[in-house]
Design a protein around this ligand. Structure first.
Ligand SMILES: [Ca+2]
Ligand SMILES: [Ca+2]
Ligand SMILES: [Ca+2]
Ligand SMILES: [Ca+2]
Length: 611
């Protein structure tokens, strides 16, 4: 090669690299301009499950699940509503929520019971009583908080339990796309509908609610967030312009409600007055004292937008601090919200699930971990989902924290899958086109291409992430026996056998409820706390328990609703690993009173009353 030829080659190479640079630039501008990258469309999600052997799973990860719903008497299949026929072409997408589960001991017999909501018109929500011998019994009759699911009253989206009248029995608020319902528990013998007396509005299109005592007056208040605008009746649409105005910045969702409990069976709505007023499309909320200020703060995961965190200033005002704390950037499709002390530091991380589909859309779930050295008003969070290995969960819905193998570290159980229809047809391309369109296009349902029985992120494998305590989670679902591929929505954790292991209940959209019974390595020890407030709300929602053992600590807070449309058992469960003893446990009641117990007995459920 002479010098001239050499310089020609060099020039050509430089041109090629410039062209490549331009192509890459265009590609990345494309990435910024639309939330999607379409490379390859794939609906294949039916990979053969890995053969599981319970003893291998036990030996390796310290747990093994067996699905026992039917064997335990939990026969329940969720039905979706049939909404206005103007939505027929995309009905599977719109009528895609409402399978929900919450756990409660409704009759105070010490055994955790299961409440499942249904969304088909004329179908009942069902309370399953735990008989204490591994079996459950369906409570039959209309006085068991059936949800009044109908075209006229709307249909259930979920239920949250809290003892709003402090009589010792947990009551249930059922949120719907429709009339909100409050059922008072009549001493465990049935329920009375008291919605009108409570003073709730006629209609909310809500996909979450939680109980918390935001002003610490000893009475549980109720937060409810709308998804669709409350003026919309999904059975009688005025027009089809009821969809989000943007895939990333939508502010045309339902309003927020904060019902202050007045103590006489009545509630006063104070959301706007106290500063909670966005109209983002809320799908999940969770409350906990994030700053150690004594009052529960409020976190909201929004679909089509950024998450919101409200600091609670002394029960008098809520102040949105999303941007200030670092969680309020990067709009995604927030689907669930749960709180857990993932690093055993005594503080709370927030897990938010989003949407990811291989080769198409990579949002990635968020694990917001408090930044070391920040606290109080200066609290900051970093998203460590990728670093810790809990980022990719498919089209994720509900997720909960819990120590599933009792090794002393909080694990994550996540369900996923949007619409499992024709395995050979994918709606992804049409979906990405319309959601990448401008406001006029995306906000009108009539512009959404017909689904024609195609799937959208269906048949997905669930995630069981085991925390190794050294900053990594390992995904083990198929190995530990979680092999279902239903369209999971809501998941709740509870110890149904009172033997110190967390079982899992899952509510699937248009599918059966599942009960995964957990077998845990017997040499891992545990301790659990059933709390009852006296000055504080009797459910002890908001009580914080801090456990010190083996040179470690872990904080947990009693929750009045977490995950997606769900609620775990109120009992706080701690795994201890091989440690035989606990140094001490510090309890901070919602009233502010504190209590310390030294060397509590392990492998035991402790019943504690606020002294
Ligand atoms: Ca019970
Ligand atoms: Ca009650
Ligand atoms: Ca209150
Ligand atoms: Ca664990």
């Amino acid at each position: 090669m002479n010098e001239h030829e050499y310089s020609l080659v060099a020039e050509r190479k430089s041109m090629q690299s410039r062209t490549l640079r331009i192509i890459l630039t265009i590609f990345f501008i494309g990435l910024l301009a639309t939330p999607f990258v379409i490379k390859r469309l794939s609906t294949r999600r039916d990979a053969a499950p890995i053969a599981t052997n319970p003893s291998t799973a036990l030996a390796r990860y310290g747990l093994s699940f067996q699905e026992v719903a039917k064997a335990s008497g939990v026969y329940f299949t969720h039905a979706a509503p049939k909404l206005d026929s103007k939505l027929n072409h995309i009905m599977p997408q719109i009528a895609s929520m409402g399978a929900a589960v919450s756990v409660v001991d409704f009759d105070r017999d010490g055994w955790q019971d299961i409440y499942l909501t249904n969304s088909g018109e004329g179908k009942s929500n069902v309370l399953f009583k735990n008989l204490g011998d591994g079996r459950f019994s369906e409570m039959l009759g209309d006085h068991w908080a059936n949800g009044e699911n109908s075209r006229a009253n709307g249909v259930s989206m979920g239920g949250v339990w809290g003892d709003y009248d402090n009589d010792g029995y947990e009551d249930v608020f059922v949120y719907k796309w429709g009339r909100p319902e409050l059922y008072r528990n009549d001493s465990g013998k049935g329920f009375t509908r008291v919605s009108e007396q409570a003073g709730f509005p006629k209609w909310i299109n809500a996909n979450n609610a939680l109980w918390f005592d935001y002003d610490r007056d000893g009475r549980l208040d109720l937060f409810v967030a709308g998804y669709y605008d409350e003026k919309i009746d999904l059975w009688n649409l005025a027009d089809t312009k009821m969809m989000p105005e943007s895939f990333e910045y939508a502010q045309n969702g339902g309003r927020k409600y904060l019902f202050h409990n007045l103590g006489n069976g009545k509630f006063e709505e104070v959301a706007e007055q106290l500063g909670v007023k966005s109209r983002r499309w809320a799908l999940a909320a969770v409350a906990a004292d994030m700053r150690g200020a004594g009052y529960p703060d409020l976190f909201i995961a929004n679909d089509y937008g950024v998450s919101e965190l409200f600091f609670n200033d002394g029960g008098k005002k809520f102040r949105e601090v999303g941007k200030q704390t670092g969680i309020g950037f990067a709009p995604k499709s927030g689907m669930t919200a749960a709180i857990g002390d993932v690093l055993n530091r005594g503080d709370f991380a927030i897990y938010v699930s989003n949407i990811s589909e291989e080769s198409v859309l990579l949002q990635g779930n968020n694990l917001w971990v408090p930044r070391a050295g920040t606290s109080g008003e200066n609290l900051k969070f970093d998203n460590l989902a990728r670093d810790l290995g809990v980022e990719i969960g498919g089209w994720s819905w509900g997720a909960q924290f819990g120590d599933l193998n009792n090794d002393g570290y909080q694990d994550i159980y996540l369900v996923n899958g949007y619409i499992s229809a024709d395995r050979n047809g994918s709606y992804w391309y049409d979906y990405s086109k319309v959601t990448g369109g401008n406001t006029t296009i995306i906000s009108d349902a009539k512009n959404w291409p017909p689904m024609n029985n195609r799937s959208l992120s269906g048949y997905q494998q669930k995630k069981v992430w085991i925390n190794d305590g050294a900053g990594q989670f390992k995904e083990v679902a198929q190995i530990v026996g979680v092999t279902d591929i239903y369209d999971g929505r809501s998941v709740a954790l509870a110890d149904f056998s009172n033997t110190g292991r967390l079982d899992v209940v899952v509510a699937n959209q248009k599918g059966p409820a599942l009960l995964y019974k957990n077998t845990v390595a017997p040499d891992n020890r545990w301790i659990a706390f059933d709390l009852e407030g006296a000055v504080s709300n009797r459910s002890a929602i908001g009580a914080q328990v801090r456990l010190f053992w083996n040179g470690q600590q872990q904080a947990q807070e009693v929750s009045g609703g977490s995950g997606f449309c769900s609620q775990n058992q109120r009992r706080l469960h701690f795994g201890l690993g091989k440690a035989a003893s606990v140094d001490r446990v510090e309890i901070r009641w919602p009233s502010g009173k504190t209590q310390t117990i030294r060397a509590p007995e392990t492998n035991k459920i402790h019943k504690l009353k606020e002294a």
